[in-house]
Design a protein around this ligand. Structure first.
Ligand code: FO1
Length: 319
């Protein structure tokens, strides 16, 4: 059985995984989820990227939004607002609240996040093994200039409240340097036949996972093909505001620049969209095998085709 490890952020990662499951139904898939987006609200721990993967693969996601639950209501949020308790800019629905309550209760009882995630997945049966990158707290902060003053704000405040409307001066995964990979992360990488980077944000999603000491090294040393899919199509992010955070780390918003940012020491293969076929040569010159294929996740069939192309490229670089 083919063992595939995927480093996933939120919406892009989750949708890619749905295609991967369709393309490789027999594969044993381990997902290492980003937890840098996690936020503590109302005394609860919210893990947006883990939940997005879990709900998407488990059939509970709000398909239009790409995050949160389907068939959602917002009574608790309204009641909290009536008490003047915010933040109002972050949309936590009633059904979603239950997930955060269960998670927070288990964490308070002493279970590590990895065990809690496994317990939550017992209900959702995502058909993959979902492991947080770390059981330790890592929180991505973004340095911005607001009202003439420089400050660091939580990633969710930058993304959701400010809609990335101001430049990101720096992106810091606070706590990452001291964090340890969660149990099972390094083992899954060591046993993998292939490692995939979905078209997730290279800075705040995949980049944060790689910032946990030991994970980047384990992938680079695993001796198996590592293949990524560009989240940038035609010089703009397919979704989200990746260009803003790429600029913060000095990387141009282009398919080739993102491949070079990961580097040939990590990446063996890179898929760019057909509109970026002009970038193939540049990526190959950087020592990374590159192919141009359609990269828009318009539906399950198109997404499965992308996943198939990634697995084929992995076989090609394996030689
Ligand atoms: N994204 C939004 O644009 N607005 C929201 O109010 C919002 C709430 C939210 C609640 C739970 C959750 O799991 C995700 C949520 N997201 C929301 C998505 C999230 O902010 C980001 O898309 C990811 O963190 C980036 O991967």
């Amino acid at each position: 059985m083919q063992r595939i490890v995927v480093l996933a952020g939120g919406i892009g990662g989750a949708r890619f995984l749905r295609g991967l499951k369709a393309a490789a139904p027999e594969a044993d898939i381990t997902v290492i989820g980003n937890t840098g987006d996690d936020i503590h609200l109302f005394g609860l721990k919210v893990c947006p990227d883990l939940d997005t993967v879990m709900y998407t693969l488990g059939g509970g996601i709000n398909e239009e939004q790409g995050w949160g639950r389907t068939d959602e209501t917002f009574k608790v949020k309204e009641e909290l607002a009536a008490y003047g308790v915010g933040p109002e800019w972050f949309g936590l629905g009633d059904r979603d609240f239950a997930t955060h309550i269960v998670r927070s209760q288990m964490l308070a009882a002493g279970y590590p996040l990895s065990a809690v995630t496994e317990a939550l997945c017992d209900r959702w049966q995502p058909g993959v093994r979902l492991i947080p990158m770390s059981d330790d707290r890592v929180e991505t902060h973004v340095a911005v200039e607001l009202d003439g003053e420089q400050k660091a704000i939580h990633f969710q405040e930058y993304w959701v409240r400010l809609r990335a409307s101001v430049d990101a001066l720096a992106v810091v995964p606070v706590g990452a340097e001291q964090a340890k990979p969660a149990p099972g992360v390094l083992e899954a990488i060591a046993e993998a036949d292939v490692v995939l980077f979905p078209p997730s944000n290279p800075v705040v999603s995949v980049g944060t996972i790689l910032a946990v000491p030991g994970i980047r090294e384990a992938i680079a040393d695993a001796g198996v093909p590592v293949v990524g899919l560009s989240p940038i199509v035609g010089d703009a992010p397919v979704r989200g505001m990746a260009d803003k955070v790429l600029a913060a780390v000095g990387v141009e918003s282009s398919a080739a620049a993102v491949a070079e940012h990961y580097g040939s020491g990590l990446l063996d293969g890179w898929l760019v969209d057909t509109v970026d076929k002009g970038a193939v040569e540049q990526v190959e010159t950087a020592g990374i095998r590159c192919r141009a294929v359609p990269l828009m996740m318009t539906d399950l069939a198109a997404t499965a085709e992308m996943a198939r192309a990634a697995l084929e490229l992995a076989e090609e670089v394996r030689g």
